[in-house]
Design a protein around this ligand. Structure first.
Ligand code: HEC
Ligand code: HEC
Length: 388
């Protein structure tokens, strides 16, 4: 009997010692994790990005890499300087459906300020309710894009604004006709005089005014901007880990970097569907370089939570889907990867920078939480009165 009691006692002692050890190691782990997070928070909100942990980058991305951070000041081209009058004229034209053949479709029909300056549709409806073939891009921060459109086929906003007016599926008009129509509207002439010094209405002036307006449509400081400026409490732990993952394990910064969250290059992430329904040759259509088949412009990620659906073809409807796609390294082997176009065999070569990341569900959630911090509060846009 005595023996049994001592055995029970010994056993009890052993269990409590073990339990204590286990508890201590769990506590230590929690303490270490908390210290790690505290330190990350301190570094990232220090106001000095040179103190941030080193990013994980591929050698091939270094030539176009710059650290993420604030958007720089906008610069206006010397042959189209800013004036408030020109901005107002441009804004008025942007919202005016009379630039289209049917007089029903304005730029703002597909670039709606209440819908993140895009239309939140896979493909837009244009002239005669025809469907387009690519997802409408937001025009917010477009001033920071070096080349415009998913394939970069134009390189200035002045040149860009003529394209949708003449696109048969979009506004189906003609610049000369549009300019003529605008010139026949009396009170527009006053706006042109204020913006350009005289009442002459030309297509170049229309383009310049619209471009000037577009350069003013930019993100205001987001939660991310405030956090890195020193407001350490702005980020939750998940948002903080998301930022760290974005710069390290998830390797998003190979392509989405700088204050614009794009390195302004073209990359192939395996979305071109070569040889399949919906195939899009992307950058190849502009350059005719075989290497460019299936490349698309790296889009900036500011305001991205407001501009679903995603990719040039609107094929992903949520950010979670996009991140899961990257986590799997886009298993392109499941797709056909070649096509014959105008007698030329084209192959899609996915970038080596898109690879299996094996992110956990928690990490996917944290990356999404971080991406959401890149949106600023939508400002209320007053729609200008259209001249009669
Ligand atoms: C019917 C819908 C529609 C209309 C109307 C429309 N757009 Fe677009 N916009 C699009 C689509 C779709 C794209 C992407 C096309 C592509 O990449 O090939 C786009 C792209 C753009 C871009 C490129 C953004 C970037 O970052 O590269 C700008 C700028 C733009 N549009 C401005 C305008 C202006 C200015 C007007 C009016 C003159 C206009 N759009 C009218 C659908 C439209
Ligand atoms: C190799 C370069 C590259 C890397 C690495 C990369 N991206 Fe992208 N990203 C792109 C390109 C190119 C597109 C446009 C593809 C298309 O339209 O078909 C894109 C599109 C996106 C979009 C959709 C934006 C929109 O407006 O439609 C999101 C969101 C995004 N990337 C997030 C991420 C995240 C998060 C990571 C890291 C896990 C990442 N990207 C890694 C090049 C890259």
């Amino acid at each position: 009997m005595k023996n049994a009691i001592s055995w029970i006692l010994v056993l009890f002692l052993l269990v409590s010692v073990l339990n204590n050890c286990l508890n201590n190691s769990v506590k230590k782990e929690i303490r270490e994790q908390a210290a790690f997070m505290d330190n990350l928070r301190k570094l990232y909100s220090s106001g000095d990005s040179s103190k941030w942990p080193k990013p994980i980058l591929d050698p091939e991305s270094l030539a176009t890499f710059s650290e993420i951070g604030h958007l720089p000041e906008i610069s206006f081209p010397s042959d189209n300087p800013y004036s408030a009058e020109k901005e107002l004229l441009g804004k008025t034209l942007f919202f005016d459906p009379r630039l289209s053949k049917s007089e029903q479709i304005a730029c703002a029909s597909c670039h709606d300020p209440e819908l993140g300056w895009c239309d939140n549709r896979t493909f837009s409806f244009g002239h005669d309710r025809q469907l387009g073939v690519r997802n409408a891009m937001s025009i917010i921060n477009t001033a920071y894009a070096k080349n415009l459109f998913w394939d970069g086929r134009v390189s200035s906003l002045e040149e860009q604004s003529q394209k949708p007016i003449e696109d048969l599926r979009e506004m189906s008009g003609h610049m000369d006709l549009a300019a003529g129509k605008i010139a026949s509207i009396k009170s527009y002439l006053v706006l042109f005089e204020k913006a350009f010094g005289d009442k002459k209405v030309t297509k170049e002036r229309i383009s310049k005014a619209i471009a000037t307006f577009e350069r003013t449509v930019n993100s205001s400081p987001s939660k991310f901007d405030q956090f890195i400026d020193g407001k350490a409490e702005m980020f939750t732990d998940d948002e903080l880990m998301g930022l760290h993952l974005f710069r390290t394990k998830a390797q998003c910064m190979n392509c989405h970097n700088s204050g614009y969250f794009s390195n302004n290059t073209f990359e192939n992430i395996g979305t071109s569907l070569l040889g399949e329904k919906g195939e899009d040759l992307g950058r190849y259509l502009v350059t005719k370089n075989l290497d460019d088949a299936g490349k698309f412009r790296v889009p900036g990620l500011r305001e991205v939570s407001r501009t679903a659906p995603y990719f040039h073809n609107g094929s992903m409807s949520t950010l979670q889907e996009v991140i899961e796609f990257y986590s799997k390294g886009n298993p392109e082997h499941a797709q056909k990867r070649q096509t014959v176009h105008e007698g030329i065999l084209l192959k899609s070569e996915k970038s080596g920078m898109v690879r299996m990341l094996e992110l956990s569900d928690k990490e996917i959630m944290q990356l999404e939480a971080f991406l959401r911090t890149l949106s600023s509060k939508p400002e209320k846009v007053t729609i200008p009165e259209l001249p009669k």
